[in-house]
Ligand binder design. Sequence first.
Ligand code: KMH
Ligand code: ZN
Length: 273
Amino acid sequence: MTGTLITVAPTGAEHAKSDVPNLPVTLDELVAEAVACEAAGAGMIHVHIRGADTQPTLDLGRLRETVAALRERTNLVVQLSTGGAVSDPEEDRLRVLDALPDSASCTMGTVNFGDDVFMNRWEFVVELHERMRERGIVPEYEIFDLGQLASLRRLLDEHGLPAGGHVHVDLVMGVPGGMPGDTETLVAALRAIPEGATFSATGIGRTSVPVLLAALSAGGHLRVGMEDTVSFARGQRVRDNAQLVERAAAFATLAQRPPLPPGEARSLLCVAN
Ligand code: KMH
Ligand code: ZN
C-alpha cells in the first residue's frame, strides 16, 4: 500500500481573523505556515487567500503572487480553491484558474452549508472541469454529500477524464447540511467512488479525528488544517497548522503509511512537474 498524501488547508474562507488570531491571512503568514507544514509531512496545500482587510478574496493578482511565493519557498503541490466563499460569483471562481496552480478544487454539486447555500450548478461544474483540462490543472473533486459522487461519475462519463488522466476525490465530511463525518458514511462513499480513483477525507470541527482515523484505515489520504477545524482537542485551540499536520503524520506513520513527500504526491495525483 502507498504512503499517505497529507493535504493542509490552512485558512479557508469561513473563519474570521478576529476570532482566530493565528489564522494565516497575509502572504507572509501563509508561506511561513506552508514551509512548516511541508517540514511536518504535508505534500499538498489547499489555498484560500485573504485581502488586506483579512476578508476572503479571489483577486487574480494576489492569487498569482501566492502561487509564485509558494512555489519559490516550498515544493508542495499548490492547489487553489475555486470554491471560494459562499457569496463568490461564478465568474470570479472560474478566473482563479488563470493563476495556473498545479491543482484546483472542483465541488461536485450544490449543498446547504450551515445557514448558507454553497451553489455549484451542473453547467458551472462542467465549465470548471473543461477549463482545468485546457490549462493542464489537475482537479480535486470535492464531495460534500453522497449524491455528488453520482454527479462525478456523470461528469467523467459525459466529459471525459481530467488533466493527467487520474481522478482524485476529497470527501469533506461533517459540514452542517452535508454528509456526516463518521465511518459508516465514509464506507458508503467509498462504494460510490469511481474505479481507480484515489481519495482523501477531512472532517469538519469535532469530526476531524474520527474521519482521519476512518480514512487511514480505509487506505485513503488525509486533509487537515484550520480551514476545517480550529480546535485541536476538547477545550484546546489549534496552535498552528503544522500541529495538525504533525498529528496526521504521526497517525499515518503508525498505520505504516508514512507521509508522501511532495514529489511522490505529484506522481500520485499525476501533476506535471
Ligand atoms: N468555502 C466553502 C464555501 C473549496 O475550497 O473548493 C467552499 C470550499 C470548497 O472551501
Ligand atoms: Zn476550501
